[in-house]
Design a protein around this ligand. Structure first.
Ligand code: PMP
Length: 466
């Protein structure tokens, strides 16, 4: 259907929302709104579109939660779900194995950089990160250096919602009311070039970030630091593309001090940046472990995992404690249905979709970048098919707009009225559409964003807030 911005219908809450409000504790609720917050229902999906409870067709701007990479309503994935459930719906990974998980492991190992030849499957991203961290702890216990466990993460990062993975998160709101394993984690600065100190070049900024890590290693002692974890591009933190060379230089520091580099590719893998894994192919980085989830099944089944270096596994086999047990496993590790779906999903990616992403990313970034002409927009940044629009108080100070102005939510509300779902993050809107998006659909997306940001600006001016 042709885009009709002027006559777009208004949003409303339907029956599903009311029922959910009555009985669901939804993720990330605010105390006062638990059991009293209507979230719009999504009834169906097709390609890059979803249909909400009002029957409105919306472009799925965030591809669910950065996950519906091959798009909605893929018959071949539905068939695999059905066929695998009929063949074998489940087997215990404690005592047995299954064909899809073994076949997928082989395919993943072929794509993974360096010697990341093995995979431990989990149920999603948080459990993948938790697994990588517990593996590091186990490894250092077995190697007779139980004090080498500190985990270094970054401000602005996001790694999950289990206790240890959540302790790594670097967004202030994640910790305001929640407990964390603060004694096990140290945080470095966010590598956000847009927010670098005034007068610093990007190269100098990069030097400072690497220097900060070097100082931390010196201060805490390399014998106490077990792992450094980083999303190659911070996703939920606002699509932060680090300065050139940053990841490789952090890797070098890790190698020098026997600190494991864990690349959290929960978002960046499976096509988001045009590659199955982005670490090496995009950033020239060879991590010791890679965590993945989301796009591995395009959200058709919950699955995650950790790619693990064979060198690490060999060191366990060679240790004095080769009888020690890695007492960690999930009922749904190696789930046959998830792995079967992931295999077919990988076929789709390899059969032209990765190439499509490589071909269309430049256009996607360029069109979104044009929104920087709007005075509310401080920066549009991104890579591949992930991008962030950051709104600022003014273009001179570039100060972020405060939470109470809810500018992200305002833009999202207008976008929904015009046919686009976005992911509002305080003063930012994040875009990561299904990878199948066409140039015409990118045009629609940008037109809706442009109109919505203009509406939000008018609204803020009318209310005397901006
Ligand atoms: N790591 C990253 C980089 C993520 O973006 C997320 C989820 N947004 C997670 C880990 C946690 O994944 P999950 O929600 O599947 O547990």
């Amino acid at each position: 259907a042709k885009l009709d911005i002027a006559n777009a219908p208004q949003n409303g809450a339907g029956e599903t929302s009311a029922l959910a409000e009555k009985h669901l504790v939804q993720p990330w609720p605010v105390a006062g709104s638990i059991g009293a917050e209507a979230r719009g229902a999504i009834e169906s999906g097709d390609g890059i579109y979803v249909v909400d409870g009002e029957g409105r067709r919306l472009i799925d701007g965030p591809a669910g939660m950065w996950c519906v990479n091959v798009g909605h309503r893929r018959a071949e994935l539905a068939e695999v779900l059905h066929d695998q459930a009929m063949a074998l719906s489940y087997n215990s990974p404690w005592y047995t194995t299954n064909q899809p998980s073994a076949a997928l492991a082989e395919r993943l190992a072929a794509h993974a950089p360096g010697d990341l030849s093995h995979v431990f499957y989990t149920t999603g991203g948080s459990s993948a990160v938790e697994t990588a961290l517990r593996f590091m702890q186990f490894l250092n216990n077995v190697r007779g250096r139980p004090e080498k466990k500190l985990i270094v993460s970054r401000q602005g990062g996001y790694h999950g919602s289990t206790y240890l993975s959540a302790s790594l998160n670097g967004r202030p709101r994640d910790h305001d009311w929640m407990d964390s394993a603060t004694d096990q984690v140290a945080k470095l600065a966010c590598p956000n070039p847009f927010r670098r100190p005034a007068g610093q070049s990007e190269a100098e900024f990069c030097d400072r970030l690497v220097e900060e890590f070097r100082a931390l290693i010196e201060e805490r002692g390399p014998e106490r630091i077990g792992a450094f974890i980083a999303e190659p591009i911070m996703a939920s933190g606002g699509v932060i593309v680090p300065p050139e060379g940053y990841l490789r230089r952090m890797r070098t520091l890790c190698s020098e001090h026997d600190i494991l580099f864990i690349a959290d590719e929960v978002v960046t893998a499976f096509g988001r940046l045009g590659e199955v894994f982005a670490s090496k192919a995009v950033f020239g980085l060879e991590p010791d472990m890679i965590t993945f989830a989301k796009g591995v099944t395009s959200g058709y089944f919950p699955l995650g995992g950790v790619m693990i270096s064979s060198r690490l596994l060999e060191s366990l086999r060679q240790s004095n404690h080769s009888d020690a047990m890695f007492a960690h496993g999930l009922t749904y590790s190696s789930h046959p249905i998830g792995c079967a779906v992931a295999l077919r999903n990988l076929d789709i990616l390899e059969d032209g979709l990765l190439d499509h992403v490589k071909a269309i990313s430049g256009y996607f970034q360029k069109r979104l970048k044009s929104l920087e002409s709007l005075p509310l927009v401080g920066e549009v940044r991104g890579m591949g098919l992930m991008a962030c629009i950051e709104c600022v108080a003014d273009r001179v100070s570039n100060n972020p707009l405060t939470l109470d102005l809810e500018v992200g939510k305002r833009i999202d509300r207008h976008c929904q009225e015009l046919g686009l779902l976005v992911r509002p993050l305080i003063n930012m809107c994040v875009m990561s559409p299904p990878l199948t998006i066409s140039t015409a659909q990118i045009g629609d997306m940008v037109a809706i964003l442009d109109a919505s940001i203009r509406r939000a600006m008018d609204e803020l001016v009318r209310e005397g807030l901006w």
